[in-house]
Design a protein around this ligand. Sequence first.
Ligand SMILES: [Fe+2]
Ligand SMILES: [Fe+2]
Length: 195
Amino acid sequence: MWSHSEMKEYLKKKLKKSRYEHSLGVCETAVKLAKMYGEQEEKSYTAGLIHDCAKNMTDEEIIKTIEDAGVKIDSLSLKMPQLLHGLAGSIIAGNIMQVKDKDILNSITYHTTGRENMSLLEKIIYLADYIEPSRDFKGVEELRELSFKDLDKALLCAYNNSIKFVIEKHEILHLDTIKARNYLIILSSDTFSSN
Ligand SMILES: [Fe+2]
Ligand SMILES: [Fe+2]
């Protein structure tokens, strides 16, 4: 696997300055969450650093990266190629940066949509992406606090925000995000009813 400094050199070349700074912010926040919830800090740092490595590619480049790797793109995702920067980023991480850890690769793939039953690292990267220091939206401060109190509650709150945002923009909702939200609600109601 590439060293973190090699990864940073790659990102500096491929990303806009603000996106590079966002990536460092995600790293920093991911490590804090890792300390809080007992995830490996090194893995969290790596995943946070490179999660957006494909973010500034064009739609065509993103689609080509995925197709060249032999991965089939579903028709819904083809309509919103920007959501595929997670999958394309994971392919770049695996094939170019030689990242072998499946959990790191999955956390890059699913940071855009979320999914059902995410691993601890996947949750950390999804939330770190949402709340890193340069993020600024209504309610971000509450979500930051909640992220360090209850990871699943914070995740549900992030999904709710994302879904509302997509609806307000009249855009297509990715099914993984809806399934991920339902999964967390069912999980929390199961915990509730078993008490
Ligand atoms: Fe992203
Ligand atoms: Fe990001």
